[in-house]
Design a protein around this ligand. Structure first.
Ligand SMILES: C[S@@+](CC[C@H](N)C(=O)[O-])C[C@H]1O[C@@H](n2cnc3c(N)ncnc32)[C@H](O)[C@@H]1O
Length: 216
């Protein structure tokens, strides 16, 4: 676990029930977000693969989406509270505790790795280690997809949670698309696609998605 780990774990443990109730499915995702996810899954399948790691799976709603499309899915997350919700709501899914910076899986164990809004709490110092781990556990030719809020630097997202009664500190480390693309390239990935879209609904920042492959 990186330096941010204990605070992130405590914050997500505290909000786990609310999170599961507020975001039970992919309904909050914009259609274009899910188009990126579907494209990622298509690449995984076209490459002959079927096993996806949902890294930072939280309550399991994205793992559910992937599993319902015929893929084998494993999930990993730092927060026992979020994992408890995943096990309650999706008892058929395989989820376990672990850190993005030290994934509890063998080399090349997966055909695809999904990092859906899970790199967002990693500092600039921690991000390279997490992407190195994603590179290690995805097989050559496999795909990786991440989604994140676009911004510049740390943002105290705990304030909103504290207003809702959660006694937590939670920092989101926002970055631009170039910083994320550079970090993926530094880990050895080759870019497949990227998307930046404007904020919609209750979102306050533009949202971005990076899809990349580990070279075959
Ligand atoms: C915004 S939530 C997204 C959860 C899920 N991917 C979704 O879209 O509903 C971020 C998740 O990433 C997890 N997370 C953050 N940093 C992590 C780390 N270093 N290692 C493992 N999980 C982490 C949190 O515990 C939380 O469940």
């Amino acid at each position: 676990m990186g330096d941010s780990g204990p605070e992130v774990r405590a914050a997500y443990d505290a909000m786990a029930q609310d999170y599961a109730a507020t975001f039970p499915t992919t309904e909050p995702e914009a259609a274009v977000d899910l188009a990126m996810l579907d494209h990622f899954l298509r690449l995984v399948r076209e490459a002959g693969g079927a096993h996806v790691l949902d890294a930072g799976c939280g309550t399991g709603r994205m793992a559910r989406y992937v599993a319902d499309r015929g893929f084998a899915v494993s999930g990993v997350d730092l927060s026992p509270g979020m994992l408890a919700m995943a096990r309650r709501d999706h008892p058929d899914l395989d989820v376990r505790e672990g850190s993005l910076t030290d994934l509890p899986f063998e080399d090349a164990a997966f055909d695809g790795v999904l990092l859906w809004y899970s790199l967002i709490h990693l500092t600039a110092d921690e991000l390279p280690g997490a992407l190195d781990e994603a590179f290690r556990v995805v097989r050559p030719g496999g795909a990786v997809l991440t989604g994140f809020q676009v911004g510049d630097g740390p943002s105290d997202v705990g304030a909103r949670l504290r207003e809702r009664g959660h006694d937590v500190v939670l920092v989101r480390h926002e970055r631009g698309i170039k910083a994320m693309l550079d970090a993926f390239a530094a880990a050895g990935f080759v870019k497949e696609a990227r998307l930046v879209r404007r904020a919609v609904g209750r979102e306050q920042e533009p949202q971005a998605f990076v899809l990349a492959r580990r070279p075959a």
